[in-house]
Design a binder for this molecule. Structure first.
Ligand code: CTP
Ligand code: MG
Length: 228
């Protein structure tokens, strides 16, 4: 199988409230994005990695990893889905629509290489797309806009969707284009595939695969990386 990777890294990290985009914040001696890319580079079967970088980003060229022979920069877009779509379009110029694409957030530096390999193996052997995910353990509540509980949502069969997510290049591109055109919110690749009538496979991963989102998450990521 041929496998490509796309890393959306064109966000500004507004919830992090830092002076630079969260993917460039220091983590375990390097930075968030370098930790993430280092892991992806170790995954068996992954060819080139396309990293979506904002056109106004001045930090990326300063990282040594930006000149790695297997890493290529593509332009990011307005939303995460636009960044991923730009990567898919660049890939499509030279790759086959049946090739597999792994999409992984730059902001998830703690993902385990073995778990990514497990995802690839499970999905490619079944010929189905899928994603890493963790089961929900807390009691879930839905509220009104004033934060008053409307209902308890049964947590059976509820999952947190993580990345990587793996799909075939042609199908994923078509699904995202169609979903965006119809105004459907595409917060991850799976949601676009669902909209296209697919039922992607959830592959359980460790809860250490956090997305760095708020200030506290950085210390947690440091802890997870240090305890491996
Ligand atoms: N991302 C992207 N292009 C965008 C927005 C986000 O490539 N236009 C990337 C981010 O860089 C991140 C991943 O998508 O690696 C997940 O998005 P998120 O955690 O929401 O990051 P930000 O959008 O940067 O953070 P925030 O929503 O707090 O501003
Ligand atoms: Mg965002």
């Amino acid at each position: 199988m041929t496998l490509h990777a796309i890393v959306p890294a064109a966000g500004i990290g507004s919830r992090m409230r830092a002076t630079l985009p969260k993917q460039y914040l220091p983590l375990a001696g390097t930075s968030v994005i370098e930790q993430t890319l280092k892991r992806l580079l170790q995954v068996r079967g992954v060819g080139n990695i396309l990293v979506a970088i904002s056109e106004s980003d001045t930090y990326w060229p300063g990282l040594g990893i930006s000149s790695h022979r297997r890493i290529q920069k593509v332009n990011g877009g307005r939303e995460r889905a636009d960044s991923v779509l730009n990567g898919l379009r660049v890939l499509r110029q030279k790759a086959d629509d049946n090739d597999w694409v792994l999409v992984h957030d730059a902001a998830r530096p703690c993902v385990r290489v073995t778990e990514i390999e497990q995802l690839i193996e499970t999905c490619s052997s079944r010929g189905e797309g899928g994603l890493l995910a963790t089961p929900v353990h807390d009691t879930m509540k839905r509220s009104d806009n004033a934060n008053r509980i409307l209902e308890t949502v049964p947590r059976d069969n509820l999952w947190h969707a993580c990345t990587p997510q793996i799909f075939r290049l042609g199908e994923l591109t078509e699904a995202i284009v169609t979903a965006l055109e119809s105004g459907y919110p595409v917060t991850d690749e799976a949601s676009a595939m669902e909209q296209a009538g697919q039922h992607p496979l959830l592959v359980e991963c460790s809860s250490s695969n956090i997305k760095i989102t708020r200030p506290d998450d950085l210390a947690l990521a440091e802890f997870y990386l240090g305890s491996e």
